[in-house]
Design a protein around this ligand. Structure first.
Ligand SMILES: *Cc1c(COP(=O)(O)O)cnc(C)c1O
Length: 441
């Protein structure tokens, strides 16, 4: 391929921001959203809303954001055609938008960089964040280290135990990880603890929320920062193929990577937007995180905003489950709920077993190891591909890479040599520790 053609398909940075998705004066997108927080947190949200408005009207902010994304996170990320997998499935041509190639291996770093820039403009020197699986904690820890800011990450004590590798790296980068012992010791307890911290230390602290959820202005702010993926992907699809895709797939946890890619195509009514939720062990099992697909989520107000939650008829949040820790969340972005209600977005689900099968196919045919979260989008696209004509193009947002899932995948694939490797590692570490102690004495 000539060099000139190469620079075309690589695409350029999203030098201009997407038109922001903004709520009404009450922070509502249609009938979802709002800001339900204790009085003491109002000034924090107001200050952030003003800073967000200032950033939107200042081209210098977006230029600084693009520069940091390029220099620290390797943007633009490519769009990769999947010719072998497409041929195997015998239908549409599949393409990946490679958010897995960014710093820390997922889209979450885009939001972390953007919010850290806003925090710096506000003169804040301390970042706090909630994290469930630990991926958002890692993204926050990297940018705090790079900007020389203090960082505290709240994580349910249960999650601290389950996600040891992420806790290790956060601490190595200088972030303090606080294990939250309250409640069920998971994500929602971590969110409550982060909000409590923010209420008491507003002067020097920014709450870096990880997805397009929570009280206004977080959903709009996070969606705006993530729009880089969609703006790039649209230009890249045109440069690479001369056409737009007929469908765009993304997995939906909180909704941030999905809103990021969709924003490139909201002005193209011929492009079908599809979200894939965590179907877990199936609709009847109760072990899933599908709030919209299947209609099990019901309207409620919690964690600072109104949306569709998985809850009992008494309004108690239920325990969600997914093989992908990053999709395991009871609520969903108010912007996603609104776009779905308006008929602009279809929502499906993929089960754990479909997702593991999709990971295998993508690895074997294309040499790409997707995150289990992202593999939900891949599974949705695989399901559709065979029914579509070979002239159709399907774009999949690959929100992250799968290295982090080695423990889960090795057990899902029943790899016995992995279990014995872990046992040997543990034995060797214990032996080294014991001999060091002996030596010391
Ligand atoms: C956290 C995470 C998600 C889910 O979050 P969204 O806000 O829905 O994007 C999806 N993919 C990966 C790789 C993640 O780390």
């Amino acid at each position: 391929m000539p060099v000139q053609g190469l620079s075309n398909v690589m695409g350029v940075l999203a030098t201009a921001p997407a038109t922001p998705l903004l709520p009404d004066s009450r922070g509502y997108f249609g009938s979802f959203g709002g800001a339900y927080v204790p009085e003491i947190l109002r000034p924090n949200l107001q200050q952030l809303d003003q800073a967000f408005a200032a950033a939107r009207s200042d081209p210098e902010f977006w230029a600084e954001y693009m520069r940091e994304l390029a220099l620290f996170s390797g943007r633009p990320t490519p769009v990769t055609p999947l010719p072998r997998l497409s041929q195997h499935l015998g239908g549409a041509q599949l393409y990946l938008k490679r958010e897995d190639l960014g710093q820390t291996g997922a889209h979450k770093v885009n939001n972390a960089i953007g919010q850290a820039l806003i925090a710096r403009r506000l003169g804040k020197r301390r970042l706090i964040a909630e994290t469930g699986a630990g991926q958002h904690g890692i993204a926050t820890a990297t940018i705090a280290a790079r900007f020389g800011m203090e960082a505290v990450v709240y994580m349910g004590a249960e999650d601290v135990e389950r996600q040891r590798p992420n806790v290790f790296w956060m601490e190595q980068m200088g972030t303090k990880v606080v294990a939250v012992e309250a409640g069920a010791r998971t994500l929602k307890d971590a969110i409550n603890e982060a909000l409590r911290d923010w209420a008491t230390r507003h002067e020097d602290t920014h709450y870096l929320l990880g997805t397009a959820c929570g009280p206004h202005p977080f959903p709009a702010l996070v969606a705006w920062l993530q729009s880089v993926a969609g703006t790039e992907a649209r230009a890249q699809m045109l440069a690479l193929t001369g056409r737009l895709p007929s469908r765009v797939y993304a997995c939906v946890g909180g909704g941030s990577n999905a809103l990021g890619i969709y924003q490139g195509f909201l002005g193209d009514p011929q492009v079908q937007l599809i979200g894939v939720e965590a179907g877990g062990r199936g609709p009847a099992s109760g072990e899933h995180a599908a709030r919209i697909a299947g209609g099990q989520g019901t309207r409620g107000i919690a964690q600072g905003y109104e949306t569709l939650f998985l809850q009992t008829s008494e309004g108690q949040m239920v325990d969600t489950y997914s093989v992908a820790a990053g999709l395991d969340y009871v609520g969903v972005s108010p912007i996603i709920a609104h776009l779905h209600q308006q008929g602009k977005l279809a929502i499906e689900r993929a089960s754990d077993s479909e997702v593991v099968a999709a990971v295998k196919l993508l690895m074997r045919f294309e040499g790409v190891i997707p995150a289990l979260e992202s593999a939900h989008a891949v599974a949705g696209a695989i399901r559709a591909a065979a029914q579509l004509a070979p002239t159709e193009q399907v774009l999949i947002n690959l929100s992250g890479r799968g290295d982090k899932d080695i423990f889960t995948m090795a057990s899902a694939l029943g790899d016995d040599s992995w279990a014995s490797f872990l046992r040997h590692k543990a034995d060797a570490m214990m032996a080294a520790k014991t001999s060091a102690e002996v030596h010391h004495v």
